[in-house]
Design a protein around this ligand. Structure first.
Ligand code: PLP
Length: 433
C-alpha cells in the first residue's frame, strides 16, 4: 500500500532525483556563472520557459531549483523562489504586491529590520504600513483594510516576543476584501506550522535561521500557495502581458499565464532576480538543503530543551517575566495547543530584573550561549533586542513593538538542557554576586 511520505522523508528527498544529476547522492553545487546553451532552438525553449534549465546564475541555478521544489512541497505550495536573504524575500514580495503604491496592514510585533522596512524603507517606494496594535484581534485588521491595501503581513511566531496569531481568522477577514496574507514563518518552519493550511497565501522565510540551522549561511525563500484570486484592477502587475514572458510562438504572456497559479513567483523569478539580482547562490542552496534534512530532529530536541529552560527561568528571582507559550499564564497557550501541536518553537525571551551593568555581566559570563544577533543555530544564542536586533528603531516604536528595555532573547541550540541551565545558573550568580 502506498502512503505519502512524512515531513521528515520529504525534507530529505523532495525535489531531487539523483538520476538527473549523475547519480550524485547529494545535490551537486553548480558553481558556474552561466550554462552552455548548445543550440539556438534549445535557447529559445529555455527563454520561453518551454524547457527548464540554467541560463545565467543571476536569475537562478539548479541547486537552488532543488531547494525551491523541496520547500514548495514541504509547505504545500504551488511554487517557490530561493533568494539571497530573508530580507530580500520580504522586500521583494512587498515591493511586488505593493507595485504602484498602496498599504500593508501588519501586526506590530516583528523582527526589527522588518519593522524598519515597513516604517521607513518601503514608504520611499510608495508602500506604507498601518500597524495593528490590538494585533491578536482579527477584527482590528479589518478596521484598517481599505481599497488600497495590498497585503496583510505577519510573523507566525513573532521575533522576539513569541506572539502567535489566529491566522485562520485573520485570513478570513483579509480574503473578504481580496487581500493576500503574507506570513513570515521563519521561527516556526513548515515542520511546526504550515501557514497555507491556516489560510495564508504567501510564506516567506529567512532560511538563515532554523531551516538551515547551522549559522553558516544567509538565505531567503518565498513560497506561493497558488491560485489567489488577484483582482486585475488592484494587481495589474499580474495581468500585464509582456514580451519577456512570451511563449514559443512569440505570444506575449502575463505572470498569471507564465506560471499558472503562481504569478508572484513568476514575477519574482523573471523580474526581481533579473533586475535586483539576489537569487540564492549554488553553494548557499546546498548548505540550506543539507540543513533542512535534519530540521525535524533538531527542532524536536530544541523544543524539549526550551520547555526546561522556560521552567528554569520562571524559577529565578532575577527574571521578571518569560515570553513563550510554555510560560505560566501565557496568553498564547490555547492557540499554541490548537495550531502548534509539535511545539511553539525554540525561541524565547525574558525580562532581566537587574541593572544594565548586571545584564552585561550576565551575558559576558555565559559560555554555552553565544552573544549574537542571529537565531536558529546549532549553538544556543543570546541577545538583548533593544540594543541589538531592534536598535535601529526609535524608542516609541519599541513601545509599539512591545520591546521593553530589559528584554533578553534566547535561541535554544542543540546542547543538552542541563548544560544550558548550569551555564545560566553560574552567569546569574556572577551578575548578582
Ligand atoms: C523573523 C525574521 N524574519 C526575517 C529575518 C531576515 O532574515 P535575513 O537575516 O536572512 O535577511 C530575520 C532575521 O533575523 C528574522 O528573525
Amino acid at each position: 500500500m502506498s502512503r505519502e511520505n512524512s515531513f521528515s522523508a520529504k525534507a530529505i528527498r523532495a525535489g531531487y532525483d539523483s538520476k538527473d544529476h549523475f547519480n550524485s547522492v547529494n545535490p551537486p553545487i553548480y558553481q558556474t556563472a552561466s550554462f552552455d546553451l548548445h543550440d539556438i532552438d534549445r535557447t529559445r525553449r529555455l527563454w520561453t520557459g518551454a524547457e527548464a534549465g540554467g541560463i545565467y546564475s543571476r536569475v537562478g541555478n539548479p541547486t537552488g531549483g532543488i531547494l525551491e521544489a523541496r520547500i514548495a512541497e514541504l509547505e504545500g505550495g504551488k511554487a517557490a523562489v530561493a533568494l539571497s536573504s530573508g530580507m530580500a524575500a520580504m522586500t521583494y514580495t512587498l515591493l511586488l504586491l505593493g507595485q504602484g503604491g498602496g498599504n500593508i496592514v501588519s501586526g506590530s510585533s516583528l523582527y526589527g529590520a522588518a519593522m524598519l522596512n515597513l516604517l521607513d524603507f518601503l514608504p520611499k517606494y510608495g508602500i506604507t504600513t498601518k500597524f495593528v496594535e490590538d494585533r491578536n484581534n482579527p477584527a482590528a485588521y479589518e478596521e484598517l483594510i481599505d481599497e488600497n491595501t495590498k497585503a496583510i503581513y505577519l510573523e507566525s511566531i513573532s521575533n522576539p516576543n513569541i506572539e502567535l496569531y489566529d491566522i485562520d481568522a485573520i485570513s478570513e477577514v483579509a480574503h473578504k476584501h481580496g487581500v493576500p496574507v503574507v506570513v513570515d514563518n521563519t521561527v516556526a518552519t513548515p515542520y511546526l506550522y504550515r501557514p497555507f493550511e491556516h489560510g495564508a497565501d504567501i510564506v516567506i522565510y529567512s532560511a538563515t535561521k532554523e531551516i538551515n540551522g547551522h549559522g553558516n549561511v544567509i538565505a531567503g525563500l518565498v513560497v506561493e500557495k497558488g491560485y489567489f484570486p488577484f483582482d486585475e484592477k488592484k494587481f495589474p502587475q499580474f495581468y500585464y502581458k509582456n514580451w519577456k514572458m512570451r511563449d514559443l510562438n512569440d505570444n506575449k504572456r502575463s505572470p498569471v499565464e507564465f506560471i499558472p497559479g503562481a504569478p508572484v513567483i513568476a514575477s519574482l523569478k523573471l523580474f526581481f532576480t533579473e533586475f535586483f539580482g539576489g537569487a540564492l547562490g549554488s553553494f548557499e542552496s546546498y548548505l540550506v538543503l543539507q540543513g533542512l534534512s535534519t530540521l525535524t530532529v533538531r527542532l524536536d530536541k530544541k523544543i524539549q530543551t526550551t520547555k526546561k529552560i522556560v521552567e528554569y527561568l520562571e524559577s529565578r528571582d532575577e527574571v521578571e517575566f518569560v515570553r513563550h507559550p510554555y510560560a505560566k499564564g501565557n496568553k498564547f497557550k490555547e492557540l499554541a495547543d490548537r495550531d502548534f501541536p509539535l511545539g511553539a518553537g525554540a525561541l524565547l525571551s525574558f525580562g532581566f530584573k537587574g541593572t544594565r551593568e548586571q545584564e552585561g555581566e550576565f551575558i559576558k559570563a555565559l559560555n554555552n550561549f553565544s552573544y549574537h544577533v542571529n537565531i536558529g543555530d546549532v549553538r544556543s544564542l543570546i541577545t538583548n533586542p533593544p540594543e541589538n536586533t531592534h536598535t535601529e528603531l526609535e524608542p516609541e516604536i519599541h513601545k509599539l513593538a512591545d520591546i521593553p528595555k530589559n528584554l533578553i532573547r534566547l535561541s535554544i541550540g542543540l546542547e543538552d538542557a542541563e548544560d544550558l541551565i548550569a551555564d545560566l545558573d553560574q552567569a546569574f550568580e556572577k551578575a548578582f554576586k
